[in-house]
Design a binder for this molecule. Structure first.
Ligand code: NAG
Ligand code: NAG
Length: 226
C-alpha cells in the first residue's frame, strides 16, 4: 500500500517535470487562463545578458510597446513600454521575438512586477493570430476560464464522450498532437452553457480543419509533425 502510494507520487512528480520542461501542448484559452498577463505589443528592443565569461546567453530582455489599454487583455499593466524577460535558450524554454514585430505575449508577473515569458506561454506574432483567437483574447477565453480541457489520444478518444461526467471539461481530441496551433487552438473556445456545463464552441472553419487533418492522418498512417 505504502509502496504503491510512493510509486504514484514519483510518477506524478516525473510527469509534472516532464510537462514543465517539454511543455505539453495547451490551448490558447488554457494559456490565457493560467497567465498573469496577456498583452499585444510591438517589440522595440532585445537586450542579451550573458553568463559570466562565456558567450552563452543567460537571459533576453525585451522592451515591448503597448499602445493602448485595449491591448492589455489580462493583468494589472499600464500602456507604454513594458519589459519582458525570458530565458536565453530554447532548452530552458526561452522565446525569441523579432524587433519591430507585433506579438501576443502571455506570462507570469512576479510580486516585484517583473514580467516573464516562456515557450509554454501564448507567444505568437499578432499577424498569425486569427480572428477567432482575437475574439478569444478580447472576450471569450476569459469567459471560459471556469472550464477545463482534457486531451485524449488515439483509442482513448473513441472511449470517451464529448461531455465529461462532471460537466466542467471539454475533451480535446488531438488531431495532430505535435501541432501547437491545431484545429482546436485555432477555431474553438470551451465555454459553460446556462446550466454551467462546459462544451466546445467552434466556428464553421473547425469542421473543415478537422476533416483536412484526419484525411492527412489516414493517408500517411501516422501523425504529421509540424
Ligand atoms: C520606449 O522604448 C524605446 C526604445 O527603448 C524608447 O526609444 C522610447 O523612448 C520609449 N518610450 C517611452 C514612452 O518610454
Ligand atoms: C458560466 O461562467 C460564468 C463565468 O464564470 C459565470 O458567471 C456564469 O454564472 C456561468 N453560468 C452558469 C449558468 O453557470
Amino acid at each position: 500500500m505504502a509502496l504503491a502510494l510512493l510509486v504514484v507520487m514519483v510518477i506524478s512528480m516525473v510527469m509534472k517535470q516532464l510537462s514543465a520542461s517539454s511543455c505539453a501542448p495547451s490551448h490558447p484559452q488554457e494559456k490565457f487562463c493560467r497567465a498573469d498577463f496577456v498583452l499585444r505589443g510591438r517589440v522595440l528592443e532585445e537586450e542579451l545578458t550573458y553568463f559570466p565569461e562565456t558567450d552563452m546567453v543567460s537571459e533576453k530582455t525585451y522592451t515591448v510597446s503597448v499602445s493602448k489599454k485595449g491591448h492589455i487583455f489580462k493583468g494589472e499593466l499600464t500602456c507604454g513600454n513594458v519589459t519582458i524577460i525570458t530565458s536565453g535558450s530554447d532548452i530552458t524554454s526561452g522565446v525569441t521575438m523579432e524587433t519591430e514585430k507585433e506579438y501576443v505575449i502571455s506570462g507570469i508577473a512576479l510580486p516585484d512586477g517583473t514580467l516573464l515569458t516562456t515557450s509554454c506561454e501564448f507567444v505568437m506574432p499578432y499577424s498569425m493570430v486569427n480572428s477567432h483567437q482575437r475574439r478569444g483574447l478580447r472576450f471569450k477565453y476569459n469567459q471560459g476560464c471556469p472550464c477545463k480541457m482534457r486531451r485524449c489520444y488515439g483509442d482513448d478518444c473513441t472511449m470517451m464522450s464529448d461531455w465529461s461526467i462532471d460537466g466542467d471539461t471539454c475533451l480535446w481530441r488531438h488531431t495532430n498532437v505535435f501541432n501547437p496551433n491545431d484545429c482546436y487552438s485555432k477555431y474553438t473556445y470551451c465555454l459553460n452553457n446556462t446550466l454551467g456545463v462546459c462544451g466546445w464552441k467552434s466556428n464553421r472553419m473547425f469542421e473543415d480543419c478537422v476533416l483536412d487533418d484526419s484525411t492527412r492522418l489516414t493517408m500517411t498512417g501516422e501523425e504529421i509533425r509540424v
